[in-house]
Design a protein around this ligand. Structure first.
Ligand SMILES: Cc1ncc(COP(=O)(O)O)c(C=O)c1O
Length: 444
């Protein structure tokens, strides 16, 4: 028997929830009913401070009127238009505006934009573009993609193949891929503020995989500049530079999955800007519309794009696309989102707050169970010692405790992941840290 949240609310049976312990959730549901600014309101009227920007996506905070109005306007002007062999001005407009702030700035030439409907679709698109590009330049044997342990690249078959989270992989078949080691090294880097010192040499795993498989079989290597979903894992200083160098030397495309880090999360518009390392393809989604309308975009180097613009003029160059690629309503939401980001300097606000954020989060060191604290921009990962025989249980209980006390954080394995909207005020940073500290003292 499933219980409904309250009398007169729908039964909870029909909705098969994603990435959720359905039976546990439905026995004690947590329902969010409204949102404004930094706060959610639960269905029973409690205010909850959003420490997760929804799911790393509501970077400008909730209930932005400008975005809502743009969506309303677009819906009543033109709700939908086909995007195969037809176009609409707003998609071209949005692509142009995105190109103007593209990762790495104008010199990086990451200014050819392919629209998708989500982060997972952006990843599948990027992998396919990489393989198609290699074939177009006469490197058709390059079909393997290199990913990394603990990586999360969404849930498509390509994404789980290059991803490195066992639960997402074990049941499903995969495309040809191999994996570098992940960059989490608590034994050497625990409680580092910002980028860790140790581990740049882990990039040499790409060299090892080239030696194992042959460069002529590898199309691309994909990494999250900062792994969010696996529990806030940072690259060591120099790691991404080294990866770039090795990839270039072997003719392997470098893909940055910026679905989380894109649009201001690490304190610069993109992590590409933060690290000063320019990949060949960048995947984005989430913050592109402030989480309001599902959308993603793949930024591609002009040279990669141009290599595919060959053959007869009447031939489709890339047999790939989605019904909702460049959806006009999503583009309207995205354009309004970019305006909000620009007006409020949100794409760099995380940088301005990073010091306060870092000091507040690292001040939690010494509380029960904490074995590491990691941070970059407006992201923190607080890793707890797993309870013996019950991995993840402790972090989950901290998450429940914080939610009961009015702060939403995320538990991923034994890591508490915190990534608030970029409009957060210092007092709210303190509030999040205080609730986490209290929960850690309460939880066994
Ligand atoms: C790095 C990364 N790539 C891809 C995805 C998948 O995005 P979506 O859930 O929109 O498909 C995510 C989602 O969290 C992500 O963090």
């Amino acid at each position: 028997m499933m219980t409904a949240a309250k009398p007169n609310t729908p039964t909870l049976e029909n909705y098969w929830m994603p990435f959720t312990a359905n039976r546990q959730f439905k026995a004690a549901p947590r329902l969010l009913a409204a949102a404004d600014g930094m706060y959610y309101t639960t269905d029973d009227g409690r205010r909850v401070l959003d420490g997760t920007a929804g799911l790393w996506c509501v970077n400008a905070g909730h209930g932005r009127r400008r975005i809502a109005e743009a969506v309303e306007r677009q819906l009543s002007t033109m709700d939908y238009a086909p995007c195969f062999n037809m176009g609409h001005p707003i998609a071209f407009d949005f692509a142009e505006k995105l190109a103007a702030i593209a990762p790495g700035g104008p010199e990086a030439q990451l200014d050819r934009v392919f629209f998708t409907g989500s982060g997972s679709e952006s990843v599948e698109t990027a992998l396919k573009i990489a393989i198609a590009y290699q074939r177009a330049i006469g490197q058709g044997t390059r079909t393997r993609i290199i990913g990394r342990e603990k990586a999360y690249h969404g849930v498509g078959f390509g994404g789980i193949s290059v991803g490195g989270l066992v639960n997402n992989r074990r049941v499903f078949p995969q495309i040809p891929a191999d994996h570098m080691r992940h960059t989490l090294d608590i034994s050497r880097n625990a409680f580092t503020k910002g980028l860790p010192e140790h581990g740049a040499e882990l990039a040499d795993d790409l060299e090892r995989l080239v030696a194992l498989h042959g460069a002529e079989t590898i199309a691309a290597v994909i990494v999250e500049p900062m792994s969010g979903s696996a529990g806030v894992i940072l690259p060591a200083k120099g790691y991404l530079e080294r990866l770039r160098e090795i990839a270039t030397r072997h003719g392997i495309l470098l893909i940055f999955d910026e679905v989380i880090t894109g649009f201001g999360r690490v304190g610069t518009p993109f992590a590409t800007d933060y690290f000063g390392v320019v990949p060949d393809i960048v995947t984005t989604a989430k913050g592109i519309t402030n989480g309001t309308i599902p959308m993603g975009a793949v930024f591609t180097k002009r040279a990669v794009h141009d290599a595919l613009m060959t053959g007869p003029e009447n031939a489709i160059e890339l047999f790939h696309g989605y019904t909702y690629s460049g959806h006009p309503v999503a583009c309207a939401a995205g354009l309004a989102t970019l305006e909000v980001y620009a007006e409020e300097n949100l794409l760099t606000r995380g940088g301005a707050l990073a010091e306060t954020w870092q000091e507040t989060m690292h001040a939690l060191k010494g509380l029960p169970h904490i074995i590491d604290i990691r941070n970059i921009g407006l992201v923190a990962g607080i890793e707890l010692e797993p309870r013996p025989g019950a991995p993840g249980a402790r972090a989950y209980e901290v998450f429940l405790d914080c939610f009961a006390k009015g702060v939403l954080i995320r538990a991923t394995g034994d890591v508490l992941a915190i990534s608030p909207p970029l409009i957060i005020e210092p007092a709210q940073i303190t509030e999040i840290a205080d609730r986490v500290a209290e929960a850690l003292r309460r939880v066994a």
